[in-house]
Design a protein around this ligand. Structure first.
Ligand code: UDP
Length: 226
């Protein structure tokens, strides 16, 4: 978290992310969002198309949280008047600074046409995922996407890359606003694996009942005496 300033080991998180990301990328492919995912190879690995990553983190926000709340003094949980797309330059040493279209054009990180495709795809992914999560009682607060160029001879076509999992999304329970994402780790809330399992379970990726590894957050809180 925080560009590796906070580190921890969470058993089983990679397996859950692999499964969740596979599910989402497969559905995005089915609705015509081109992406790098080919197939999951095993619990922890997936086969993907090789792309040249565009050095931009694309953040899509529906509800104020995290750095936006801090920067603009907007209370976390405030519904934004419209969806906001932000760009950050992918450079850990610089702490992924926020950038605008102007910087992207001036420094040639992506062409105008590529940025058009990127913002268009980001909105389509947001529309689809917002509906998908709403259907399972989860608010899609914000998330991060990365894109790459898939080369066919000399032409690089923009496709969605990286992963989509609770590591790069803010997912809040619709009823309780319980955090079901990486903020559990960032904010020392505990119960990371249980939260990721809950997302996977609601997506229909884990067996219902009978599996004691599928703990709900209430039982986690009780075990921690909260
Ligand atoms: N995010 C991410 N990787 C990053 C920065 C942000 O996946 O390096 C995601 C984060 O999980 C959240 C969204 O992008 O869903 C917006 O993050 P924000 O700008 O609020 O920064 P943070 O509070 O995570 O530092």
């Amino acid at each position: 978290a925080f560009n590796a300033q906070k580190k921890g080991t969470i058993n089983g998180k990679g397996v859950l992310n692999n499964r969740i990301s596979e599910h989402i990328f497969t559905m995005l492919d089915a609705i015509g969002v081109p992406n790098h995912f080919i197939r999951r190879l095993n619990m922890r690995e997936q086969l993907i198309r090789q792309v040249e990553i565009v050095p931009i983190e694309v953040v899509v926000r529906n509800i104020a949280a995290g750095s936006l709340s801090k920067r603009l003094g907007i209370e976390e949980g405030t519904k934004l008047p419209r969806t906001i797309i932000e760009y950050y330059y992918k450079d850990d040493a610089l702490g992924d600074p926020m950038i605008s279209d102007e910087h992207i054009a001036a420094f040639g990180w992506a062409s105008q046409e590529e940025m058009h495709d990127i913002s268009d795809l980001a909105i389509r992914v947001n529309d689809f995922l917002s509906g998908l999560f709403a259907g399972i009682g989860i608010k899609l607060v914000d998330f991060k996407l990365e894109f790459g160029r898939l080369f066919d001879n000399d032409f690089g076509r923009i496709i969605l890359a990286d992963e989509i999992s609770p590591d790069g999304c803010r997912l809040w329970d619709t009823e309780t606003n319980e955090r079901l994402d990486k903020d559990r780790f960032r904010r020392d809330l505990g119960g990371e694996v249980e939260a990721y399992q809950e997302v996977a379970r609601r997506l229909g990726l884990l067996p219902e009942g009978g599996d004691h590894s599928v703990l709900d957050l209430d039982s986690h809180r009780k075990r921690r005496g909260k």
